[in-house]
Design a protein around this ligand. Sequence first.
Ligand SMILES: NC(=O)c1ccc[n+]([C@@H]2O[C@H](COP(=O)([O-])OP(=O)(O)OC[C@H]3O[C@@H](n4cnc5c(N)ncnc54)[C@H](OP(=O)(O)O)[C@@H]3O)[C@@H](O)[C@H]2O)c1
Length: 393
Amino acid sequence: MTRSLTILGATGSIGRSTADVVLAHQDEFRVQAVVGGRDAAALAKVARQLGAKFAALADEREGDALKQALSGTSIESGAGPTAVLEAVERDADIVLAAISGTAGLAPTHAALKPGRRIALANKESLVCAGNAFMADARRLGVEIMPVDSEHNALDHALAAGLNRDVEKAVITASGGPFRTWSRERIARASAKEASAHPVWSMGSKINIDSATLMNKGLELIEAHHLFDLEAERLGVLVHPEAIVHGLVQWSDGAVTSGLALPDMKVPIANALRNQRRLKMDLPRLDLAAIGRLSFERPDEGRFPCLSLAKAALKAGGALPTILNAANEIAVEAFMADQIRFYDISEIVERVCSTFSGRNIPAPATVAEALGVDQEARQAAGHLIPAYAEVTRL
Ligand SMILES: NC(=O)c1ccc[n+]([C@@H]2O[C@H](COP(=O)([O-])OP(=O)(O)OC[C@H]3O[C@@H](n4cnc5c(N)ncnc54)[C@H](OP(=O)(O)O)[C@@H]3O)[C@@H](O)[C@H]2O)c1
């Protein structure tokens, strides 16, 4: 049966890998709509490749460029928030949500429609508004399939038993580009060095989050919402080869895990076609050729963002929303070479401690979450100039 599909973030790293999966299985998928941020030429290209019916750009100013780039085709287009909303409203069995950052929350939430499947890459939707998002998904009968390789692996491993028998669910981290660097060397690292991920080829924001290990922290919060597991039953293991993506340790000591070569097309294919596996023409895992897999504990001294995220998950309330917002502002400033690497964790920590005294409850709606998010962004934004001043000296 052919399924209709809408891709949010179609021009990004996950979006392009999704296009590859779809192009290899054109009999399985019919692309309804594609959504991008501001790159009209890239969106037109993917819309043409996939034969999409509708293309929407978030940036209103690029609407004419998109129209121009699609001239001579029957693909309709639009630009601005209304056009993005139109794209998610259009009839589609599956919506693959891969906009980067909290910008993905509103469109991904708007995509929750009865009977749909959401293939979820945008972890920030759950970090910012996990309770509200999952409650709405459950109420509307929407199936959420994780695209993150770790959560995709956990999803399958967890199917081998009952939630109450899970002792620990562990997600792995490659360790990022600074895994073997000293703290002193990391402190001087540039945005370019932080972007050079040793294993995965990804978008700019998640690259920096991987270097700080905040990405793993965000993934713990994501796992908490996806699998209904509290902080104490979630863990992180550094695994540089990125072959074992997730492990579940059961109450009898047995462990179930999910393995695959590190290629996002594997979890994407699975999230698009749950239960029935697609045939993927990708290199196969040859454990004998690899010979050895290594594991180590994460060093939260050199990577304090991980402990900040763990603390936010444990504390609950609105702290994950606040942590996520402060992190986005600090990462933007780091990518613009305004602040230094460890300023990211310092800014996140300062914003979290400013808010923690207020004991703000977990946002009950997405609108509430976006309100808290805005407040935390402002608080982080106020801190940047002082750090930027020190960086300039
Ligand atoms: N990359 C990975 O391997 C990976 C793995 C697991 C999870 N994820 C998650 O997947 C999400 C996407 O990551 P990525 O690496 O694919 O990011 P990316 O390469 O930076 O792509 C981001 C996509 O979002 C679009 N976009 C940005 N702002 C937008 C807005 N306001 N409205 C609509 N579209 C917007 C971009 O369009 P323009 O290009 O036009 O700006 C682009 O299509 C993130 O949440 C990330 O954590 C990624």
